[in-house]
Design a protein around this ligand. Sequence first.
Ligand code: HEM
Length: 180
Amino acid sequence: MAACRLATSVVFCAAFAAARFMNLNEDYQAEVDIIGSGENTSILLLLTVNTKGYVGFGFGPNPNMTGADLFIGGVNNSMLYGKDYHGIGNTAPEEDCDTCQDWEVVTGVESDSGTSLVIQRLVNTLDTDGDIEIQNSTTYVLWSYGEFDIINHHRRRGFRELNLFTVDDPRPGSSTPNPN
Ligand code: HEM
């Protein structure tokens, strides 16, 4: 598993043994799992990004920042950080209120090959401060990363239209050569 090779913690591999792969960019790969049931259904993500700066992940009804439900986090001086944000336009996203912080940074590591973060939240947080329910349907997934841990702009960013409940891209290097 590509993400397991990058990540140094065995926890990453154990948690994501059955996860689906999501190829967002050559610099930004992710694995996704939907776990639990009913109101306790959660999304678990392993973000593996070619940066030592911040990592942004988001989703929403549009392929841009306005109205997007965003997470920004990373590893700075060996300390994990991460917060819930929402996009208000082509400007710095706003932090969700203190009682509306729904992403948990489960674990993470930064090395010379980049940053790997495991994050988790309920698919339906019921928060009205910028959160969107993650549904079994197509959405815009937004990704970004910064060169540093200063959250002032992105170094690269983009989006893909996909279903977080079903996306299952081929893993890099997994294609078998055609025997003919
Ligand atoms: C302080 C943080 C941020 C600032 C100041 C910022 C600012 C901007 C600006 C000015 C643009 C317009 C084009 C450009 O300059 O690239 C833009 C576009 C974009 N941003 Fe951000 N952004 C921030 C964080 C994020 C985060 C966390 C994400 C995703 C997780 C994100 C995703 C995007 C995407 C996908 C676009 C392209 C939208 C389009 O094509 O219309 N941004 N951002």
